[in-house]
Design a protein around this ligand. Structure first.
Ligand code: HEM
Length: 392
């Protein structure tokens, strides 16, 4: 349970963060309930993902989107990606990859994903013990997205180090020098990768995007690099957390795990419920108000920042029956774990399929799986927008 979120929901759907945003007189808000969260994520007249588009804007000194109005290499990460721009640029950028992320294409990845999951479990089967994060939850998604993009095997461990630093360094005021250094290194790596694909084009997503960029008018060099960095980063950190945290949640609820093992057709709804119950994204946003607006009795001023808290909205008592219960057979499950509106997660069919294969394979091959350390020794790593198990 998340008692603090329950307390915040009881305060109201929009709760002020009691400190002004650093370097400004602006206010931050947490959005804790479903109705208002959906309203804000759908309203592109009042809200933007890009603080640069607010008139008279003074750039935010520290932004959690990576898009802080500056353009040094430390903000390179997502600064020009689809995640950080409004329409019409968003539609143009998203359109380029969504052509590839079709249901048919994703379904075609199933056999290879299954193979990767089995290979990983083959490696630990004899040992009798594993760190589920290091041995399974991390390598499965990074290998899937890397194969899609054409990222060499040898580079994948280093990518984990960078993206971990990014995931855990992207808090308000937390972009210290070491995080910037990791971002710079990740950026340089992406540039080199693109340069190699220019020389030796292959049958992968990066080569396809390089071809689009070289054809001229739809993708700039900066946008290409931001897109690739976003796909590498978004394509594995969150999915690793779904597999890691999801496994722990199932072990914490033996009745639900038993039900799942008895009826594997429940795997898709179990994935959905695990996303609702304790999904990987701790915030959706930020969004910035482009003009004054009143929502649920709160006066939101131009330039204010809103953080939607999906795990809170996903436990909204007005939307879900028994929201604090994990119910893998839950029927209606319109959760916010993938966000909502035009920026809704592009990779959600991929993430769902990876989750399904990961849980189905794990519990089929290791039906007696249990924790090898006391529950209270399990530790988490937190940042404003990420919560992950350090080991399991
Ligand atoms: C956007 C969550 C996996 C690619 C988002 C957003 C959320 C999210 C909440 C919206 C952010 C916002 O509106 O501010 C998740 C979760 C995942 C997951 C919980 C796993 C369980 C993936 C995967 C990919 C991916 C596997 C693969 C490539 C993206 C992209 C966007 C996005 C490109 C930006 C979409 C846009 O701005 O139009 N994701 N994601 N995600 N996600 Fe995912």
């Amino acid at each position: 349970p998340f008692p603090l979120f329950a307390q915040l929901r009881s305060v109201g759907p929009i709760v002020p963060i009691p400190i002004p945003l650093e370097g400004t007189d602006r206010q931050g808000w947490m959005v804790t309930q479903m109705k208002e969260a959906v309203q804000i994520l759908k309203d592109h007249t009042h809200f933007t993902v890009d603080p640069r588009s607010i008139s008279g804007n003074v750039p935010l000194k520290h932004s959690i989107s990576g898009n802080n109005g500056e353009s040094d290499s430390s903000t390179f990460f997502t600064g020009n990606s689809m995640l950080s721009v409004d329409e019409p640029d968003h539609r143009r950028l998203r359109g380029l990859v969504s052509k590839v992320f079709t249901p048919r294409f994703i379904e075609g990845l199933r056999p290879r994903m299954q193979e990767i999951a089995d290979e990983l479990l083959d490696q630990v089967q004899e040992r009798g013990e594993m760190d589920l994060i290091k041995d399974y939850a991390f390598p499965l998604p990074i290998n899937v997205i890397s194969e899609m993009l054409g990222v060499p095997q040898a580079d994948r461990a280093q990518i984990r180090i960078w993206s971990n630093a990014l995931a855990h360094g992207q808090g308000l005021g937390k972009q210290d020098e070491s995080v910037k250094e990791h971002m710079r290194a990740f950026g340089e790596y992406t540039s080199q990768l693109v340069a190699e694909k220019r020389l030796h084009s292959a049958d992968d997503l990066i080569s396809q995007m390089v071809a689009i960029e070289e054809a001229g008018d739809r993708l700039s060099e900066e946008e290409l690099l931001s897109m690739i960095t976003l796909l590498i980063f978004a394509g594995h950190e969150t999915t690793s957390n779904l597999i890691g945290t999801g496994t722990l949640m199932l072990l914490d609820h033996p009745d639900q795990l038993k039900k799942l093992k008895a009826d594997p057709s429940l795997v898709p709804s179990a994935v959905e419920e695990l996303l609702r119950f304790n999904g990987p994204a701790t915030i959706v946003g930020p969004r910035f108000a482009m003009r004054d607006i009143e929502i649920a009795g709160q006066q939101i001023k131009m330039g204010d920042m809103l953080l939607v808290i999906p795990t809170s909205a996903n436990r909204d008592e007005t939307q879900f029956s028994d929201p604090e219960e994990l119910d893998i057979a839950r029927n209606v499950n319109r959760h916010l774990a993938f966000g909502h509106g035009i920026h809704v997660c592009l990779g959600k069919p991929l993430a769902r399929l990876e989750g399904e294969i990961a849980f189905a394979t794990l519990f089929k091959r290791m039906p007696n799986l249990r924790l090898s350390v006391p529950r209270e020794r399990i530790t988490w790593s937190f940042s404003l927008n990420s919560r992950s198990l350090t080991a399991l």
